[in-house]
Design a protein around this ligand. Structure first.
Ligand SMILES: Nc1ncnc2c1ncn2[C@@H]1O[C@H](COP(=O)(O)OP(=O)(O)OP(=O)(O)O)[C@@H](O)[C@H]1O
Ligand SMILES: [Mg+2]
Length: 172
């Protein structure tokens, strides 16, 4: 890929879109997304109040094979869900009340973000500094819900990662 094409990718990542008519669709799509994720990955979840961020995280948790239950972390800021299958733990963060993600380092989670998959609800504008690689999942709509995914950083460049992401756009 010529350098100017790589630069273009960085400023305008390709978006994957998928329709999510029911909460079950959101959960099962999350499960597929969870199977794509690995240790060190960061997912920033954006969407209005009640858009389905926690429902999606429940699916991701199933795909990863971590211990539940995943609930809204609103009053705890962050929760660690250990793996049941020898994989990475899930760190589920609600940034709604967080002043900045420097505070996340101060939480003293008993796992490092490099060894975990980190999902940040309300992380837009905050979580970007945590990792140069990230997926941004935006949930939209009320009657006709959909998710779109943008991928940033070297983790998501290359044919293999691109194919994984494009696979998420296909209806299972
Ligand atoms: N297609 C859908 N996908 C996800 N949730 C849906 C869908 N349709 C309806 N819902 C319902 O929307 C409600 C809110 O979902 P959820 O708690 O996951 O949202 P949230 O974005 O995490 O909310 P908050 O902003 O409070 O954190 C749930 O009761 C869920 O069942
Ligand atoms: Mg929530």
């Amino acid at each position: 890929m010529p350098p100017e094409a790589a630069g273009a990718d960085r400023s305008a990542p390709p978006a994957v879109r998928v329709g999510l008519p029911s909460p079950e669709d959101t959960r099962s799509w999350g499960e597929r997304l969870g199977r794509v994720l690995r240790a060190g990955d960061l997912v920033v979840l954006t969407g209005d109040l009640g858009a389905g961020k926690t429902t999606l995280t429940q699916g991701i948790a199933e795909g990863l094979g971590v211990r539940g239950p995943v609930t809204s972390p609103t009053f705890v800021i962050a929760r660690v869900h250990p793996s049941l299958v020898g994989g990475p733990a899930l760190v589920h963060v609600d940034a709604y009340r967080l002043g900045g993600l420097a505070e996340l380092d101060d939480l003293d989670l008993d796992t490092s973000l490099d060894d975990s998959v980190t999902i940040v609800e309300w992380g837009h504008g905050l979580a970007e500094g945590l990792s140069e690689d990230r997926l941004e999942v935006t949930l939209r709509g009320h009657d006709e819900r959909e998710a779109s995914v943008s991928a940033w950083g070297p983790r998501w460049e290359g044919d293999e990662a691109r194919a994984l992401l494009e696979g998420l756009a296909e209806v299972a």
